[in-house]
Design a protein around this ligand. Structure first.
Ligand SMILES: Cc1cc2nc3c(=O)[nH]c(=O)nc-3n(C[C@H](O)[C@H](O)[C@H](O)COP(=O)(O)OP(=O)(O)OC[C@H]3O[C@@H](n4cnc5c(N)ncnc54)[C@H](O)[C@@H]3O)c2cc1C
Length: 266
């Protein structure tokens, strides 16, 4: 049994977000972190490893510095890592990204008993499209918004969070699950994990390694092959400061009605 976890390196948007004059994100000037939902996916894989002894493999598509993030995930307890990295893959939209990652997973091998885990959403692109698209391309079942995973042989039972409740979905391996933060609390790296992470295998899959994979179509990868284009991007204008009304219910309503009347809204 093998669990393949897709992990994305993202800009730390909790700090200052820098934007280039053309409106694109100035990634070079920002700190990077592991996408938060992906740490929940890693923790779910490591918890299954604790109980079943399965192998945990992490995959990331990104520039060469993403190796540092992969080493950190190896230090948390993953067994093996793959960095999918090539100039030809740069500028890929979600369609192209999921095609390339699906090809990498196909190359690593996903079969009976195996699970692919993704985060629900990356905090930079924010589309939540990549996980479901990978499942479609690999022709395996998918369950999104997963907050609990139970394994019984090749049967996987998931608690899937909805806006107003949850549903229980049962499926078979191989399958892909997208994980949310309610699933668990990610563990920290251990000291022996940090010491040993450089002895664990990390393979770089470049364009040459993947171009002949059956899932790759060379004219639909990278910026030129991506079917979506960003026509314009901008920073929305800052909202003005809000106003707090003090007093009991009646008093507050009267003040609010007065303010709205002054502005000729009512
Ligand atoms: C025209 C265009 C050009 C773009 N150019 C660039 C660019 O030059 N550089 C750039 O960084 N982005 C670029 N993007 C954004 C890029 O397409 C998305 O960030 C990427 O496809 C992932 O989508 P997302 O962030 O919405 O991920 P989501 O779909 O929200 O991610 C869901 C989950 O999928 C997995 N996942 C997503 N991406 C990866 C990854 N790379 N590796 C491993 N797992 C992953 C993770 O588990 C993640 O939690 C571009 C987008 C467009 C439309």
């Amino acid at each position: 049994m093998k669990i393949i976890v897709c992990v994305k390196q993202v800009p730390d948007t909790s700090g200052k977000v820098a934007v280039n004059p053309d409106g694109t994100l100035n990634r070079a000037s920002m700190q990077t972190i592991t996408n938060p939902d992906d740490l929940n996916a890693v923790e779910a894989a490591l918890a299954l490893k604790d109980t079943t002894g399965c192998q945990v493999v992490v995959v990331s598509m990104g520039p060469p510095p993403a190796e540092g993030m992969l080493r950190e995930v190896l230090a948390r307890g993953a067994d093996e890592a793959y960095l999918v990295s090539a100039r030809e893959f740069g500028g890929s939209d979600t369609f192209a990204t999921s095609q390339i990652i699906a090809a990498a997973i196909h190359r690593i091998g996903v079969g009976e008993g195996d699970i692919v885990l993704c985060g629900r959403q990356a905090i930079d692109g924010d589309t939540a499209q990549v996980g479901p698209q990978i499942a479609e391309k690999l022709h395996i079942p998918q369950v999104s918004y997963v907050a609990d995973i139970q394994m019984d042989g090749s049967t996987v039972t998931c608690k899937r969070i909805l806006e107003d409740g949850y549903m229980t979905v049962r499926t078979q391996t191989p399958c892909l699950l997208t994980c949310i933060k309610e699933l668990n609390t990610p563990r920290y790296m251990s000291v022996p994990g940090i010491v040993g992470c450089y002895d664990k295998p990390l393979t770089v899959l470049n364009y040459e390694a993947l171009k002949d994979e059956p899932l790759i179509e060379v004219d639909t990868i990278g910026l030129a092959g991506s079917p979506t284009n960003i026509l314009t991007s901008f920073t929305p204008p800052q909202k003005g400061a809000g106003m707090m009304l003090e007093g009991d219910g009646k008093e507050t309503c009267e003040k609010l009605a007065g303010l709205l009347a002054d502005k000729h809204i009512i």
